[in-house]
Write a protein that binds this ligand. Structure first.
Ligand SMILES: [Zn+2]
Ligand SMILES: [Zn+2]
Length: 245
């Protein structure tokens, strides 16, 4: 059983550097950008002490302790570089601890749960479990989805990042930024596309539902980017169609 992993840090910031600190540690900052390159990152909350404007906390949420560990191993150089770059911003920084969400508390979708679905890549190296029902399946004919899949379309469904649990091969999951702020994660051994994640909404993943093992309850609801469809592919379904998004 995996559990939500939370890492808590406290910072005492140099008074003259408070703005710069918030820029680097906030939701559009360099730390979040680095975390987002890894699989299993959910989000970061930056908090400022109401009584002491130079004291901040960060709360980083990951799908599992394994996801966080894999991130530290895979990005140790980038982490050290960024850490060095931030050194002058703070008077002191301390790790307050690592936490997991107790199974009986908090929001049920963040618990781990009996998986509703399992999935994985072609070579079997990457495995995952979904503890929530995916949202409606979107059929996408855009050129990027075509290239990523090698076929005329992709079938993607939104799933809460907290409900997506990598069960194997976290180190094989590689992210590629196909357009600014959007990363597509795939198995670097066999190339299977697994999901995508937008920097602006890291709490939602778009899973490539063809990689799910079991029959699904959800169905496709609409087709997007039909204006980019290949000329050799006819659409024979009755789904609503959108030329773009
Ligand atoms: Zn694979
Ligand atoms: Zn697409």
């Amino acid at each position: 059983m995996t559990a939500l992993y939370v890492s808590l840090w406290e910072f005492i910031v140099e008074p003259a550097q408070a703005e710069e600190f918030q820029r680097l540690y906030g939701p559009s900052g360099s730390w979040v950008a680095l975390f987002r390159r890894a699989a299993g990152y959910i989000d970061t909350l930056l908090l400022r002490d109401r009584a002491d404007p130079h004291r901040f906390l960060t709360i980083d949420r990951w799908n599992s302790a394994d996801a966080h560990r894999a991130f530290r191993a895979a990005f140790s150089r980038e982490y050290a570089e960024l850490d060095a770059r931030c050194e002058d911003l703070t008077v002191r920084e301390s790790a307050l601890g690592e936490f997991s969400a107790p199974v009986t508390a908090n929001r049920p979708e963040e618990m781990i749960p009996t998986p509703r679905y399992t999935g994985g890549c072609l070579c079997g190296g990457v495995g995952y479990a979904l503890s929530a029902e995916p949202g409606p399946i979107e059929v996408c004919y855009c050129q990027m989805c075509r290239k990523a899949s090698g076929g005329p379309l992709a079938t993607n469904a939104p799933v809460a990042a907290a409900a997506f649990h990598v069960s194997a091969g976290l180190e094989l999951l590689e992210g590629y930024e196909s357009s600014p702020g959007e990363r597509r994660f795939f198995c670097r051994r066999c190339g299977s596309p697994i999901y995508s994640q937008q920097a602006a909404r890291p709490e939602v993943l778009r899973v490539r539902v063809g990689t799910i093992n079991e029959p699904l309850n959800v169905r496709p609801t609409a087709s997007y980017y039909t204006g980019s469809r290949c000329n050799w592919w006819e659409i024979h379904d009755a789904l609503p169609r959108f030329e773009t998004e």
